[in-house]
Ligand binder design. Structure first.
Ligand SMILES: Cc1cc2nc3c(=O)[nH]c(=O)nc-3n(C[C@H](O)[C@H](O)[C@H](O)COP(=O)(O)O)c2cc1C
Length: 404
């Protein structure tokens, strides 16, 4: 079995663990290189079937940036974010979905997943560069669409202000921004459910009890002078060896998912860990009844991502962000997997109900994602693509991919 995870972990895992939401920024512009890096990350982000039904715009044009806080806070829902009017971010990321020709199955619009993945990758790239951000989903949709110049049928899903964090009285931020930031830190950000409440082993309801991962905590120390290597492209593996994933890697992956941001800190993401090729074969037979998986191509580990129910107060209805929050947590997990030496494939389109029945998931939870994990087979196994391999880089052929 491979060696356990060394501490402190690498820079990308540190970025996942250190990220937190900032709501107050210094007004100075971001370096051009940082803006370029954000554009590169969102342009190369993988999407469901490589279709890019959702995308992320990087808005740094000063007039557009100036318009955005008013647009966000224009309607009733946007009023929950008054801090944005005083927070002075030099850049906004606008996460959007193509509601006309974007890929969907029933009411599952996959643009949500694409936007969540690309948005969170940009957030992590920013974090690695010492730049702060905050996912914002409480905004006035029409005003934001206008301010961002979105085309017909393109919906804004989230707005992410980005800038150098302003923390402390001499930081250059406004008092409202700093005060809101400090209060949100106390009331919301630092709180996380323990791992055994959000992760299950083998079957829903069996708590995942991990050995402690001492370094997997917010504010974890690393080498402060280490050069940020860049997030690098998030690419699926061609296949897996049968070598099992050790407990320390598994616990680290789940910790990285646990520290993901979520709307109202609802922390709705749940994970069922399915280990061993016998168990993953049975799971995948439920998920893809028409597919045949060869024994030696099966992943040794699948983490099934679920959404627990949670009513969002500002909207007084069921959490509308389950297709965003859970994929954000999955993105954290996949980024960490790469750095921990693991390959991955991820699927969102499969028989969700059959998987729920197979794992004993209660009716009020929704199955969202399958993250297959293991040591990547070298060279990638030839042959047809696995049904698990759905989160893929932009399609090259035929110019199907849109630019950001
Ligand atoms: C989809 C989504 C929507 C969010 N919307 C808002 C928002 O409208 N206003 C806000 O202040 N924070 C918003 N947040 C940030 C969460 O409040 C924050 O992630 C959570 O409190 C956890 O704190 P952390 O990000 O510092 O870990 C949102 C986060 C996500 C993922």
């Amino acid at each position: 079995m491979a060696a356990t995870v060394s501490a402190p972990p690498g820079p990308r895992v540190l970025a996942v663990l250190r990220r937190r939401s900032y709501r107050s920024f210094r007004p100075d512009p971001l370096p051009a290189e940082t803006v370029r890096a954000l554009r590169d990350v969102v342009a190369s982000a993988p999407s469901v079937e490589g279709r890019r039904s959702g995308r992320v715009l990087v808005v740094d044009e000063p007039d557009a940036v100036r318009r955005m806080p008013r647009a966000v806070t224009a309607g009733l829902v946007g009023k929950i974010n008054p801090w944005l009017l005083r927070s002075n971010p030099p850049v906004f990321l606008i996460v959007t979905g193509d509601s006309r020709s974007g890929l969907r199955d029933g009411d599952r619009h996959w643009y949500n997943v694409d936007g969540a993945v690309a948005g969170q990758l940009a957030v992590l790239e920013a974090t690695g560069r010492g730049v702060g951000s905050c996912w914002v989903a409480g905004f006035h949709e029409r005003s934001v669409a206008e301010a961002a110049g979105l085309g017909e049928g393109e919906r804004p899903l989230a707005v992410i202000p980005v800038g150098h964090p302003a923390v402390g009285p001499d930081s250059g931020g406004s008092w409202l921004g700093r005060g809101w930031d400090a209060a949100a830190q106390r009331v919301l950000s630092g709180r996380r459910k323990p791992l055994e409440r959000i992760a299950h082993r083998g079957r829903f309801g069996v708590p995942f009890v991990a050995g402690r991962v001492p370094w997997a905590a917010r504010g974890v120390q690393g080498d402060e002078h280490a050069v940020w290597p860049g997030l690098g492209p998030l690419r699926p593996a061609g296949g897996f060896t049968g070598e099992p994933v050790d407990e320390s890697r598994l616990a680290a992956l789940l910790e990285c998912a646990r520290w993901a941001p979520s709307a109202e800190n609802s922390q709705i993401a749940r994970h069922v860990v399915v280990e061993g090729r016998t168990a993953t074969a049975a799971l995948l037979a439920a998920a893809f009844p028409d597919a045949a998986f060869e024994g030696d191509t099966l992943p040794p580990l699948v983490v099934v991502g679920l959404a627990a129910p949670f009513p969002i107060r500002a909207r007084t209805r069921e959490q509308p962000f389950f297709l965003i929050d859970v994929p954000i947590a999955v993105t954290n997990l996949l980024v960490a997997a790469g750095e921990l030496g693991l390959g991955w494939q991820a699927a969102f389109r499969f028989e969700h109900r059959a998987v729920a029945a197979h794992l004993g998931v209660p009716d009020d939870h929704r199955v969202v994602a399958l993250a297959a994990l293991g040591f990547a087979a070298e060279p990638p196994a030839p042959g047809p693509r696995s049904p698990l391999d759905q989160l893929r880089p932009p399609e090259q052929a035929g110019g199907a991919a849109r630019s950001s």
